[in-house]
Design a binder for this molecule. Structure first.
Ligand SMILES: Nc1ncnc2c1ncn2[C@@H]1O[C@H](COP(=O)(O)OP(=O)(O)O)[C@@H](O)[C@H]1O
Ligand SMILES: [Mg+2]
Length: 351
């Protein structure tokens, strides 16, 4: 017989779910202070990721996905910097750290990068060194963070290459990145990223440049590795097909903000924000000839210097409320199965 839930039980549940959260980003703002003006690339993003789960961040190009990812790892290039917000991360030893407060060049974040949080990029050539072999790059990551000898590091490097499905792993250890195919390079980058068994893998459009078959293989690979190790994945993509395949939770971003967050089923079956709806309506059918026209949203993303007043999506919105949406900056509201929606349509104060 099920015990009747009591107040105590729900308090205990709350404690467990608080423990499960690995990463929580709160109202993060990262701006670029350029000579022409301030680019508010990330302007109030909220997201949270549980252990062992996959969170997809989705949105059109330029909405701040990559800058959000780089902010977490503290690798935002100048003239960009975090201006406010919190990035709570639970370290392996259980201690919480606010990554937004760390020194980007300091010891604390260097011990987290590559060890607790790793990142893979869309273009492996930009993160793989052209002058070092694949093997030496994996070994370098291992030797930096783990207490092992060179010989042990080499053995581990071979097993990492095997794990990511690179054939003849011990020979490939001595290859250079330019000698590998696109798919194999991506696998090598994943091997480097996973060499120290990070708790969190950030994948920034890692399959966008790949053909469909290789893309599917890489997604399977990430999922298998995740199941084996229990790591969490923050997966950035503009491709809703990929989201449907791998996400547990989804954050939809527009102009540097989260506009809708929730479980993947809620986002696909009961989208709330007009932007989310428009994105979903513009997914090409599988038999569509024009696969590049992913989004048939009206208008284009405004230039970051011309940020619209009120809700930044209002000039493109079909459900625009006259004299309201262009003046009031919407809060985040709970709505049905969605965790939060930034839209006045869901404000309890509007009628
Ligand atoms: N180094 C930079 N200097 C100035 N602006 C930048 C820089 N990097 C990114 N941005 C701006 O920040 C915004 C968000 O960029 P990004 O996070 O790369 O978008 P996404 O990954 O969603 O396509 C864009 O308007 C982009 O032009
Ligand atoms: Mg990007």
């Amino acid at each position: 017989m099920q015990p009747t839930p009591t107040k105590l039980d729900s308090a205990a549940d709350a404690m467990i779910s608080a423990d499960e959260s690995l990463l929580a980003v709160k109202d993060l703002k990262t701006h670029f202070f350029t000579d022409e003006g301030v680019v508010k690339a990330v302007d109030g993003v909220n997201l949270s990721l549980k252990r062992g789960k996959t969170l997809c961040v989705v949105g059109e190009s330029g909405c701040g996905k990559s800058v959000t990812a780089r902010s977490i790892l503290r690798i935002v290039p100048a003239p960009g910097r975090i201006v406010s917000g919190e990035i709570s991360f639970q370290q392996r030893n259980g201690a919480m750290i606010d990554l937004a407060q760390t020194n980007p060049k300091g010891r604390e974040i260097r011990q987290i990068r590559g060890r607790e949080i790793s990142m893979i990029f869309q273009e492996p050539m930009s993160s793989l060194s052209p002058v070092h072999t694949i093997g030496s790059q994996i070994m370098e990551a291992i030797l930096l963070h783990l207490p092992v000898t060179r010989q042990e590091a080499r053995k581990r490097a071979v097993s990492m290459l095997e794990l990511v499905g690179i054939p003849r792993a011990s020979e490939q250890l001595d290859s250079y990145s330019f000698e590998l195919s696109g798919g194999m390079r991506q696998r090598a980058m994943i091997a480097i990223a996973l060499a120290c068994e990070p708790q969190l893998l950030i994948a920034d459009e890692p399959t966008t440049a790949l053909d469909v078959t290789t893309q599917a293989n890489i997604l399977d690979l990430i999922r298998d590795l995740q199941q084996a190790s229990g790591m969490s994945v923050l997966f950035i993509t503009h491709d809703l097909g990929v989201v449907a395949e791998i996400a547990d939770e989804v954050v939809v971003m527009y102009l540097g903000r989260d506009v809708e967050s929730g479980p993947v089923d809620a986002i696909f079956h009961d989208p709330k924000h007009p932007y989310t709806r428009a994105l979903l309506q513009s997914i090409p059918r599988y038999d569509s000839r024009d696969r590049d026209r992913l989004y048939s949203l009206k208008g284009t993303v405004p230039h970051p210097f011309d940020r619209p007043s009120g809700c930044p999506f209002h000039p493109r919105c079909d459900e625009f409320i006259h004299e309201r949406c262009n003046t009031v900056d919407p809060d985040r509201y709970a709505a049905g199965t969605a965790e939060s929606v930034r839209c006045l349509l869901y404000s309890p104060d509007e009628d």
